[in-house]
Every structure is written in C-alpha cells, then in structure tokens.
Design a protein around this ligand. Structure first.
Ligand SMILES: NC(=O)c1ccc[n+]([C@@H]2O[C@H](COP(=O)([O-])OP(=O)(O)OC[C@H]3O[C@@H](n4cnc5c(N)ncnc54)[C@H](O)[C@@H]3O)[C@@H](O)[C@H]2O)c1
Length: 338
C-alpha cells in the first residue's frame, strides 16, 4: 500500500481524491492539505473516508514519515516550489500540469530530481484516455504507416472567468498545453516549430485580460509530420475533444464521447447526444488510470509514464506559441531554450 497526501483541495484535488478512493486500490489517502480548508471541504472528504486527516499546511504532509507520495493539486504557481520541497523530503511526486510557466523553475525541479530516487509524474491525463490511447497504439503499431498529418480539435464548452485567465498563464499554457502534450504523444516525437493564428471571438474580457480565446496552431514535428491544433474557449454543443492521424498507410480518428450512442430520427431530423459536458465528465477514467500508473511505478520501482521532461516540453511549446502571437511568425522551439 502506498500512502499519499493530497496538496490542494480545489477542483482537481477533489477529482484525484475521488479517483483514488474509487479506483486506485494500491493507494491510501492519509492527509489532504489546503490553506482554505473549511468545514464543507472537510465534510466532503470525510464522506469518502472518515479517516482522512485535514490540514491547512502542506508541510505537515511533507513531515509525515508514513506518507510515501504527494499529489500536487494546488494553484500552478506553487507546483515547482512544492515539488522541490517534496523531492527533498524524499516523497514521490505526482504534479498537476503545468509544472511551472517559467522554464528556469522547471530546470530547478529537474536539478532536484538528479541523484534522487523519487518518482516524478506530470498530470497529462489525456494520454490515458481510452480514445487517445487507441489512436497512439494504432500509430505506434504502424497501422497507418508513417504519420503525415495530425489534427487535434480541443474546444471547451464555456470560457473561464477573465480573472482566472490572468493567473493561469493564458490559453496556451493552461488549456492548449494538454494538446501540445497530445501532439507529442500521437507523433511519438517532439515539435520543431510552432505558428499561431489567434483571435478574441468568444469573450472581450479575455482579450482585455491580455489573452486569446480562439486559435489555430500549426506545428512541424521532428519526424516530418505536420500537426494542427484548433482551440476555442466556447463550443455551444459541449466539450469537443477529437484527434486524427493521417499517414502513408491510412488514417485513425476518434469521435467525442457522449452519454449514449442513441440517435433519434423523426420528422424534425436526426439527432444524437451532445458530447460529455467538460473534463470532469469526459476524463474521469483517465485521471484514475494515470494515478494507477503512478502508484504502480512506485510499487514496482519502474519509470513513471510521464516524467519531468514530458512536463517541460509542452511548456516550451506554449511559450513558443505565445511568442508566435506576439511576433506574428513561426517560432522554433530551440529559440525558447536559449
Ligand atoms: N489535468 C487536468 O485536466 C487539470 C484540470 C484542472 C486543473 N488542473 C491543474 O490543477 C491545478 C489546480 O487547478 P484547480 O482547477 O483545481 O484550481 P482550484 O482553484 O479549484 O484549486 C486549487 C486549490 O489549491 C489550493 N492551494 C493554493 N495554494 C496552496 C498551498 N500552498 N497548499 C495547498 N493548497 C493550496 C487553493 O486553496 C485551492 O483550493 C492547476 O495548476 C491546474 O492547471 C489540471
């Protein structure tokens, strides 16, 4: 049994709490920390397991010798400093995306992991989604030949509050970062160059906060494939999450998941269910599966499926995308590392 502490009891902290309790048999949540811990959150946690301890100070988790691993679900600006403290305390770390917006701070995490036996995994959960995993498996098995074109559609059902945009790092580092990881995953290699066309078409407030809400991003991949990601902060029909890889020997593509595949045909037309509403509905299984793999890596002393470098690369792509918008030109990933 691996004892874990959860740091941050907001949206994603609750997702991981629920996922571990309902589907990660080899892990036990001992403590949950959040500076804004209140009676409501405590009651919610205890409704899942009355033995969970709560605290406002994550340092209590780091000091608890019975805890083997931490799940960092706090606000993004805390990820890299808490990662480093946890690594130094000898705790295995699962860190939600992104590790940081600042490459130098991610490098500090990489440095802290050197000479350490700690396992480190980053929360790019979509790799564990049944649809995207099937696409990657088909590509890796050579079923579509050499990949030539990769297309990712990633549209949220509703935009975030513009106040959130200011602290989230903007669309490329908060939302598209999942798609940057997905492109690397599906292609099986890194991106060389990023070029963005973007606009504010959904919410003027997002533009006033200095961000964009609509984008088409093209990427040149190291294996020669060309990738395109299309993003919107608002799709009125729900969470649109699809991928396609076209290659020399064929094509593999996914559809959205919905509550049922029932299609109603009548005099008004032919209609089906909308896509599942948002990430909580669409990706719950993947959150559980990524955690099972993290815990399994600890128990079996194997590598985690997504390490710190997999956390760094999409941040570089996000920073390149921001630069592409600012300078209206294609940006090489190598320009960001300098
Ligand atoms: N993988 C995914 O699909 C996914 C989805 C949502 C959020 N996230 C990531 O998870 C992180 C949290 O997002 P959220 O939507 O849950 O935000 P949230 O605001 O709902 O929750 C964050 C929580 O962290 C707490 N917190 C802040 N500083 C802390 C500290 N020092 N110690 C402990 N807790 C602290 C806050 O009080 C808050 O309760 C973000 O980095 C976000 O990018 C990932």
């Amino acid at each position: 049994m691996v004892n874990v502490g959860i740091i941050g009891a907001g949206r994603i902290g609750k997702v991981h709490t629920q996922g571990i309790i309902t589907g990660v048999r080899a892990a036990k949540i001992k403590t949950v920390a959040d500076p804004f811990m209140n009676e409501e959150t405590e009651a919610w946690l205890k409704s899942w397991d009355e033995n969970i301890k709560v605290t406002k100070d994550y340092k209590e988790i780091l000091a608890d010798e019975s805890i083997d691993a931490v799940i960092i679900c706090s606000s993004t600006n805390t990820h890299s400093p808490i990662s480093i403290e946890a690594i130094k305390a000898g705790k295995h770390v699962f860190c939600e995306k992104p590790i940081d917006h600042d490459v130098e701070k991610i490098k500090e995490v990489i440095e802290a992991l050197k000479d350490s036996k700690v396992k480190y995994q980053v929360g790019f959960n979509r790799r564990f989604d049944h649809n995207f995993k099937a696409v990657r498996d088909a590509v890796a098995a050579g079923k579509i030949g050499q990949p030539h074109i990769i297309k990712i559609t990633s549209r949220d059902p509703e935009p975030p509050n513009p106040a959130y945009v200011a602290v989230s790092g903007g669309m490329f580092l908060d939302m598209t970062i999942h798609d940057f990881d997905m492109v690397r995953f599906l292609a099986g290699c890194d991106a060389e160059e990023v070029y963005v066309q973007s606009a504010v078409l959904v919410d003027k407030g997002i533009g006033e906060a200095g961000d964009v809400d609509t984008a088409v991003i093209t990427l040149k991949m190291e294996n020669g494939a060309i990738a395109v990601i299309d993003n919107s902060r608002k799709a009125v029909y729900g969470y649109d999450q699809r991928a396609e890889v076209f290659g020399s020997g064929g094509m593999v593509a996914t559809k959205n998941d919905s509550l049922s595949t029932a299609v109603i045909s009548n005099e008004n037309g032919v209609t089906g269910e909308k896509p599942l509403y948002f990430f909580l509905e669409r990706y719950m299984d993947s959150f559980r599966d990524e955690m099972n793999q993290f815990i399994s890596a600890i128990e079996n002393d194997t590598d985690t499926p997504l390490g710190v470098i997999d956390g760094l690369k999409p941040v570089l792509m996000g920073l390149a995308a921001k630069k592409s918008v600012e300078e209206h030109r294609p940006v090489k990933i190598s320009e960001i590392l300098i």
